[in-house]
Design a protein around this ligand. Structure first.
Ligand code: SAM
Length: 281
């Protein structure tokens, strides 16, 4: 039985990092006319209210999007990301937050397709409702994204962004993510894969970045944002990372301009920091 609901966390510092990167990856794929697929193995509900329901109980968006919302000095990557959030909030008040499927839907062209997996029975219903007018360009699957992606690779246009974004509340998600990406690379070696992971104190999280790097010797970019020291009770998210396989060449430079700003404005104590590592062929 799954209990995780992304609405509790919508728009937090980890969503900011993840979604700012996803927007850039979709922009890159959109530079060529040739179609691409967007595949989200863990899609969530698609759109979240920040003014009612789960998000108001934790107000995690105050650690993320709310800190950028009023700023007028954003670096280009964050300007682009915040503009996508603004598009959902027509009157300028921050009330709704776009999940990754909604961001992708906004940036896709008519020739592009999306494939979304969501296992949670309530979340998939909300996702279906949010995409009720999408037509055949968006296919939604109520099921396990780690397994389901196998049948989609390689995608017909041979161009795709795959977002692997589990909640990692189940410690098996770490091994399942590694297995899923390893298997996916065998079927579709040239795809762009973006893997999000949490910085938490559990051992699986600590060793995860090195395990991700072992998936492919070159052509990867790793960015992480630590917002505070680990919580003293051993629980809770104190940062996150995005690991991108086969990234666009320009992304590392763009993130070098972005990450100092994120560490400065989303950092919660003096230990806040960012890291950028890449290995390109
Ligand atoms: N990608 C979303 C976004 O950025 O807006 C957030 C996804 S949230 C971190 C993870 C989601 O995965 C949850 O909605 C959860 O119900 C769902 N989930 C958990 N295990 C899954 C699985 N094995 N396959 C597909 N979805 C799963």
């Amino acid at each position: 039985m799954l209990s995780y609901r992304h609405a509790f966390h919508a728009g937090n510092h980890a969503d900011v990092l993840k979604h700012a990167v996803v927007v850039q990856l979709l922009r890159y794929l959109g530079q060529k006319d040739k179609a691409y697929w967007y595949i989200d193995t863990h899609a969530g509900a698609g759109v979240y209210s920040l003014v009612e329901g789960y998000a108001t109980k934790t107000a995690e968006f105050e650690t993320g999007i709310a800190k950028l919302w009023e700023r007028t000095d954003l670096p280009a990557v964050l300007e682009d990301y915040v503009a996508q959030v603004r598009a959902l909030n027509g009157d300028g008040q921050l009330r709704y937050y776009p999940g990754s499927p909604y961001l992708a839907w906004r940036l896709m062209r008519t020739q592009d397709r999306m494939r979304l997996f969501e296992l949670h029975t309530t979340e998939i219903e909300v996702l279906r409702h949010n995409f009720r007018d999408a037509g055949r360009r968006a296919m939604l699957y109520a099921g396990d994204g780690f397994d389901g992606i196998k049948a989609l690779l390689p995608p017909p246009p041979r161009r795709a962004l795959v977002l692997v974004d589990p909640s990692f509340e189940d410690k098996h998600d770490y091994a399942r993510t590694l297995g899923c990406v390893e298997e996916s690379l065998k079927r579709f070696a040239t795809g762009i894969y973006a893997i999000w992971y949490p910085q938490v104190t559990r051992a699986e999280s600590q060793r995860f970045p090195e395990q991700l790097k072992a998936l492919q010797p070159t052509n990867w970019l790793h960015v992480s944002l630590t917002v505070s020291r680990p919580p003293s009770d051993g629980y809770g998210l104190y940062g996150s990372g995005m690991f991108i396989l086969n990234p666009p060449y320009t992304l590392a430079g763009a993130m070098k301009e972005t990450m100092p700003y994120l560490a400065k404005f989303l950092g919660q104590d003096e230990t806040a920091q960012f890291k950028i590592e890449s290995r390109m062929a």
